[in-house]
Design a protein around this ligand. Structure first.
Ligand code: ZN
Length: 134
């Protein structure tokens, strides 16, 4: 089963500039900044009430964020849902014919196991499954 929206991911060109903008917008500082080498991204996280926002900037060649921004510009990149059991959810979705981008869960930012569902399978929205690493 899917739980709450864990966070919303926003693709940005310049994470420093975006951090100060979102600090002003939300009135809070990011609680974490983290580079995820495997994804070629730098991330920062804001917690506004119960709502988490992840900013993502691409680094290096061939990362997903830079190519997203080239095609669509900055903006909402993905919506992440909390799941209890990521392997079970991946199996369930595969069984229903959803196209998964990752065939195995991988380590994401902020202590999570993650897997993406292709936007082609979800009305143009990139969906992230997100399981807390316990
Ligand atoms: Zn995310």
């Amino acid at each position: 089963m899917f739980g709450k929206i864990e966070h919303i991911g926003i693709a940005v060109l310049d994470i420093r500039a975006a951090n100060s903008l979102y600090e002003q917008l939300l009135g809070i500082s990011p609680y974490k900044e983290e580079k995820v080498e495997s994804e070629g991204v730098i991330t920062s996280f804001f917690m506004a009430g119960n709502n988490k926002v992840e900013l993502l900037q691409g680094v290096g060649e061939g990362n997903a964020i830079t190519s997203f921004i080239e095609k669509k510009g900055e903006g909402i990149h993905h919506i992440a849902f909390e799941v209890e059991d990521i392997l079970a959810e991946m199996q369930r979705l595969k069984g229903l014919g959803f196209q998964l981008i990752n065939q195995e869960p991988k380590k994401g930012a902020d202590n999570k196991l993650i897997c993406f569902v292709h936007p082609k399978s979800a009305n143009g929205v990139l969906i992230e499954l997100c399981q807390e690493i316990r």
